[in-house]
Design a protein around this ligand. Structure first.
Ligand code: PGA
Length: 231
């Protein structure tokens, strides 16, 4: 069983999401996770959560207790409306919301304390890759998790591959996934994300050490995403 995760980012509205789930027909054993904008989480959990289709948040507060955090949403709130998965550390949140490795780890712990499964995004910029620093850079991003014994889910998403149509070579993806896995004594799950579509998904999902995919742009088309989920 692989994990096939969608990340809608800040796209869609109520009608779009309803239509998407009506049109998403995948005959698959894989676990499908759909990351939606926060305002649509509760109704989508009620209407569309199934045993192998789960609704996910795309971010959460690093603060665990209720309080004066205007505009934020806690893990308790996600749990309250039945959300079971949540993305943290996406490069777009790191960039636009100034998140760092420390806050991503805090968010991870908040989610875990409410039994929500985090999907921790990591990935290097093109500059870092061209300087041949990518393994070191990713080690820094996962270091905080090293004392942790959980079965962590990481999504390796090179920033230069997100929304660009560029996909790393099989060797590059496998090098990184084995680097991440060898960092931990327990088994960890590694998804690949960045320009995944129905044309390249089976090759990626067949790679050694890749346990699934995280799909942005191509997930917005329900038929396309169903093809990815079935690949
Ligand atoms: P993309 O985005 O599939 O559009 O490249 C992936 C992501 O940002 O999670």
């Amino acid at each position: 069983m692989k994990i096939i995760a969608a990340n809608f980012k800040m796209n869609g509205d109520r009608e779009f999401i309803d239509n998407w789930f009506q049109n998403f027909n995948a005959d698959t054993e894989n676990l499908v996770i759909v990351g939606l904008p926060p305002i649509y989480l509760e109704s989508s959990v009620q209407n569309f959560n199934k045993s192998n289709i789960k609704i996910a948040g795309q971010n959460v507060s690093k603060f665990n207790n209720p309080g004066a955090y205007t505009g934020q949403m806690s893990s308790a709130m996600l749990n309250d409306v039945g959300v079971e998965f949540c993305i943290v550390g996406h490069s777009e949140a790191r960039e636009h919301l100034c998140e760092d490795n420390e806050s991503v780890y805090e968010k991870y712990n908040c989610l875990k304390s409410f039994s929500i499964t985090p999907i921790v995004c990591i990935g290097e910029s093109l500059e870092v890759r061209e300087a041949n620093n990518h393994l070191h850079f990713i080690s820094d991003q996962i270091e905080k998790f090293s004392t942790n014994e959980d079965k962590i889910i990481f999504a390796y998403e090179p920033i230069w591959a997100i929304g660009s149509g560029l996909v790393p070579t099989q060797e590059e993806i496998e090098e990184m996934s084995s680097h991440i896995k060898s960092y931990f004594s327990q088994q960890v799950t590694v998804l690949y994300g960045g320009s995944v579509n129905s044309k390249n998904s089976s090759e990626i999902l067949n790679m050694n050490n890749i346990d699934g995919v995280l799909v942005g742009g191509a997930s917005l088309n329900a038929e396309e995403f169903a093809n990815i989920a079935q690949s």
